[in-house]
Ligand binder design. Structure first.
Ligand SMILES: Cc1ncc(C[n+]2csc(CCOP(=O)(O)OP(=O)(O)O)c2C)c(N)n1
Ligand SMILES: [Mg+2]
Length: 291
């Protein structure tokens, strides 16, 4: 899949690519819907936290695993596979659901999410789980790791892209900006960061906690190609993923925490709270309803 997508699309050329990206977007939409239901069920069963965080990022992950990244159940061990790192490890239920639906491991594993000793920890746990590249949860570590892999691939001439999916709250961490400097210095055009820009961190508004705006300008000042898009729109996501660049690229995906379940949307409460039986039923109904 080439990168000249936008200009080709506008000029009416590249019909094949247009169709390919539209297919990926509609597969991603289906995948995200199924994953939302699994996230809700897992969070209810385990009475776990972070359902709002998982619903916020699930469209981004679905777009990557529906074909935005070249990673499938049958190439997980390939040296040149695309690598996806979910740095906001507290949204583990989103990654696990998407991977299970894409058959990286059996769907039945989702039933053990957060159980003592289970493979599926409450934060992303890579221990033996197919498709999970890195254990995360301590915020601010996914990007340094991703920069290391992307740089190593450049040095050793290994193909394959690296995608790091981060939260906006993680941009309060110094490690993020050290990594941003390094990625630009080495012109890592094999590295893409996608930021789940829901404007909420654990206890409130990101701009009141530690101001990030003007956010896009900051990334550009660090030498990155920066795009800002609607983060629940699969075609916008896949188009941004396919845009050309000469160095590292960041996609600021404007999202809604709790997206898809109206009573969870934009609510700090649902960072930690888990649904009760009635809330689960109503949430699943809303996700499954045709819009
Ligand atoms: C280094 C570190 N500090 C604190 C925490 C506790 N913590 C868990 S989630 C979270 C913030 C959530 O907000 P954000 O990072 O924006 O993620 P979102 O859920 O909005 O995607 C924090 C501070 C952590 N996991 N790691
Ligand atoms: Mg956030």
């Amino acid at each position: 899949m080439g990168g000249k997508f936008i200009s080709m699309w506008n000029s009416g050329k590249g019909q094949d690519m247009k169709e390919e990206l539209t297919d990926i977007a509609s597969n991603a939409e289906r995948l995200a819907k199924l994953a939302r239901v699994e996230i809700l069920r897992m969070t209810f069963r385990a009475q776990a936290s972070h359902v709002g965080s998982a619903l916020s990022v699930v469209d981004i992950l679905s777009t990557l695993y529906a074909g935005g990244a070249k990673i499938r159940k049958d190439n997980v061990d390939a040296v040149d596979r695309d690598i996806v790192i979910l740095s906001k490890g507290h949204a583990a239920s989103a990654l696990y659901s998407v991977l299970a639906i894409q058959q990286f491991f059996p769907l039945s594993y989702l039933q053990s999410y957060c159980d003592n000793g289970a493979l599926l920890g409450g934060h992303v746990t890579s221990n033996g789980l197919n498709g999970v590249e890195l254990s995360t949860g301590s915020l601010g570590h996914g990007l340094p790791y991703g920069v290391g892999i992307a740089l190593a691939r450049k040095l050793y001439g290994v193909a394959g892209s690296v995608f790091v999916v981060m939260s906006d709250g993680e941009c309060d961490e110094g490690t993020t900006w050290e990594s941003a400097l390094l990625a630009n210095h080495h012109k890592l055009n094999n590295l893409t960061v996608i930021i789940d820009r829901n404007r909420i961190q654990s206890l409130g508004d990101t701009e009141k906690t530690l101001k990030l705006e003007p956010f896009k300008d900051k990334w550009e000042a660090f030498g990155w190609k920066a795009l800002e898009i609607e983060g629940h729109h699969h075609l916008s996501l896949i188009s941004a993923i396919n845009e050309d660049r000469g160095g590292p690229k960041v996609i600021i995906a404007n999202t809604t925490k709790g997206s898809g379940v109206s009573f969870m949307e934009n609510s700090v409460l649902w960072h930690y709270r888990s649904p009760n039986n009635a809330e689960l039923e109503s949430a699943v109904q809303e996700v499954l309803a045709d819009k």
